[in-house]
Design a protein around this ligand. Structure first.
Ligand code: ZN
Ligand code: ZN
Length: 667
């Protein structure tokens, strides 16, 4: 497939008045259009909504009317409450306090960041001198010239690529010459789906993720990590000891952690740990006391305060709606702190070779953080945001131009979410789950989030406005819904270069890939599912046959389609080396190969984080390959990923990461 340099269709926000989505968005209510389950399983019943993707978290939060007093609070959590208000309005939910909510929503329109004139990172890069890299393997990811001897960069862009003599001559006399010393140079890696702002927020917590994503193997590890947090923060954040990403299903003890476990950390200050699903928190006794949660506290709407068996005494676990008893009481995170956390995330991404990141379900506080970072010139890597579909009206009302780069931050299009996650058995499938969750009928297939007409309306509107549209679809039924919506809109508006993308795409069928190829719809695979949840998918979620073809990348390569690979940070760390390793090896945690037939070559895996990734972002004219005129976004690795044994790809050494000609990471 030729590389297109076509620019995306212009945004039509000015010409076309905003359509009132609030009228078209309907939530599925049990008994109406929702499939019938023995246990109510719908978006309206968050108790049973056990999604495991941060994409759906705002949904869960959005299910509860915020208290009025939260609307005036400052800081992230305050903004989160205001966000909730906006979402409720967007969803057409009218409850008590609706006026205050509508007011809050009206103030939410996205606005372009005010970039200060002067010496920005980019302005400085543009005036940089010439540097020549030679003496290594330069893998360009440009099929017309796959390997080059040398490249020259100038002013943050690639000046020349090719034979050494020619490049050196074009570089001119004063060029700085860098010897790669036999190392490999590649285009900078592109994160094609993740949540950079949410990752930043969670950076403010101690990482309690299981090995290898974090340091945790047991409850004792959780306790010692939380003590480290107290140590490194000088007593905790606002007195709180905070952890995130614990996963009790992967603890040695194989049990939920409770207040008793966290009381071992402290009985004198509050402790809170966020579950990896973001749908559960656990607090210690001190925190329960501080929050006023006692045996007499009733379960809040849409939530559960877990109790010790046979008693009313809370055991510290707060689920779904009950999380809102704790969240608003957490210490506020100042803008400056958030910017510092975002710096840390960028440093981490850069250490993995990433030069462009994604904010794949941008909500209001995320937007505020990213525009502030752009205004203050704090984005050392580019970030592309995709506003969550409850914010489309904000996008239409504001003066932000889609696909316009605001000093490192741009809005790429919009993000829909059409189902849950397979690991939590909330993905919407066409065939039943291998082992259905307790209490469900044997034909349980997960569930949708919006009805077909609503999904079609979103896609129709995105086509009309010229907005690129992404849709989170883990289950094949969700993908059916999205593909049908694209078919309908394509029939109405005609074919075009729209690059609509199925995000996660875990269970795409062969016939769906055929339809997508015809429509120009791309899959973006969360391919590290084969490792993180591969055994679980085979044994409990999908059964061996369907699990063997999750993330069907080989089927996609064989069709000559474009595709990308992602980690969905913070669900999994945004380590691109894991993507290369998983796509080529497909080994589960237990070491078994899951779907040998779907393994691809290292070159094809690299495509999914370089040239095709740039294509997915409508940036293949400036990124994704080492070609004259493109940005000098580069990564240097100690080994050549195309020639080492694929089993070693997860340990590939990133030596240096270069963004617009500037070194942003050096080992
Ligand atoms: Zn998602
Ligand atoms: Zn996501």
């Amino acid at each position: 497939m030729p590389i297109s340099s076509r620019s995306p269709p212009p945004a039509k926000t000015a010409a076309r008045p905003s359509r009132p989505f609030s009228k078209s968005v309907r939530r599925i209510s049990p008994g109406a259009e929702a499939p019938s389950f023995e246990v109510s399983m719908s978006y309206d019943d968050p108790k049973t909504h056990r999604g495991n993707c941060p994409c759906c978290t705002p949904y869960v939060w959005g299910a509860y009317p915020p208290k009025r007093e939260h609307l005036s609070r400052r800081g992230f959590f305050g903004a989160g409450a205001a966000l909730t208000a906006g979402m409720l309005t967007a969803l057409g939910v009218s409850r008590a306090g609706g006026d205050a909510l509508a007011e809050a929503a009206a103030a939410l329109a996205f606005a372009a960041p005010a970039i200060a004139e002067g010496s920005t990172r980019r302005a400085r890069a543009a005036t940089g001198g010439v540097t020549v890299y030679r003496g290594g393997t330069i893998r360009t990811m440009n099929s017309a010239l796959p390997v080059a001897e040398a490249i020259a960069i100038k002013g943050g862009r690639i000046l020349a690529v090719g034979g050494e003599a020619e490049v050196v001559s074009r570089a001119g006399g004063g060029a700085r010459i860098v010897d790669l010393g036999g190392k490999t140079m590649l285009p900078g890696f592109i994160d094609c789906h993740g949540h950079v702002s949410l990752t930043a927020l969670l950076m403010g917590f101690q990482n309690l993720a299981p090995i290898p994503a974090g340091p945790i193997g047991s409850i004792a590890d959780i306790q010692s990590e939380l003590l480290k947090y107290r140590e490194r923060t000088g007593g905790g954040r606002g007195g709180w000891i905070l952890g995130a990403n614990y996963d009790d299903s992967l603890l040695a003890e194989k049990r939920a952690i409770t207040r008793t476990d966290l009381d071992e950390v402290s009985t004198e200050q509050p402790v809170l740990a966020y579950h990896a699903s973001l749908h559960v928190v656990v607090v210690n006794s001190y925190a329960l006391n501080l929050l006023g949660i006692t045996a007499d506290t009733p379960d809040p709407a849409g939530g559960v305060i877990r109790r010790w068996p046979g008693t009313n005494e809370p055991n510290g676990i707060l689920e779904e709606g009950a999380i809102s008893l704790a969240l608003p009481r957490l210490p506020e995170v100042s803008k400056d702190e958030l910017l510092d956390l975002l710096d840390k995330v960028q440093d981490q991404y850069a250490a993995w070779g990433i030069t462009t990141a994604q904010d794949g379900a941008t909500r209001r506080p995320d937007y505020d953080l990213l525009t502030l970072a752009a205004e203050r010139d704090r984005l050392k890597i580019d970030v592309i945001g995709y506003p969550f579909f409850t914010h489309i009206d904000d996008l239409a009302r504001g003066d932000v131009e889609v696909q316009k780069d605001y000093n490192g931050f741009k809005i790429g299009g919009i993000k829909l979410m059409l189902d849950g996650s397979p690991q939590a058995k909330t993905a919407w499938l066409t065939e039943p789950y291998e082992v259905v969750p307790p209490g469900f009928k044997p034909d349980y297939r997960g569930y949708r989030i919006v009805d077909d007409l609503t999904a079609a309306n979103y896609v129709d509107d995105a086509f009309a406005r010229g907005w690129q549209v992404y849709a989170h679809c883990n289950g094949d039924a969700a993908a059916d819904q999205f593909i049908a919506a694209i078919e309908k809109a394509t029939a109405k508006y005609g074919p075009g270069d729209r690059r609509a993308t199925v995000i996660h795409a875990q269970t795409l069928r062969e016939d769906q890939l055929d339809r997508m190829a015809k429509l120009g719809v791309m899959p973006s695979y969360f391919v590290t599912h084969t490792f993180y949840w591969g055994d679980w998918h085979r044994d409990s979620v999908l059964g061996p046959a369907r699990a063997a073809r999750i993330s069907p990348v080989r089927s996609t390569v064989d069709r000559g389609m474009r595709y990308t690979l992602h980690n969905d940070s913070p669900v999994a760390p945004s380590d691109c080396r894991m993507l290369l390793w998983s796509a080529t090896n497909r080994r589960t945690r237990s070491g078994e190969v899951l779907g040998e037939d779907q393994r691809i070559s290292a070159y094809d895996a690299l495509r999914g984080i370089t040239i095709d990734a740039a294509f997915q972002h409508f940036e293949d004219d400036i990124k994704g390959s080492i070609e004259e005129g493109k940005l000098a976004d580069l990564v240097i690795t100690a080994e050549d990923p195309e020639t080492i044994d694929p089993s070693g790809l997860r340990d590939l050494q990133i030596v240096e990461t270069i963004k617009r000609g500037e070194t942003i990471y050096a080992a």
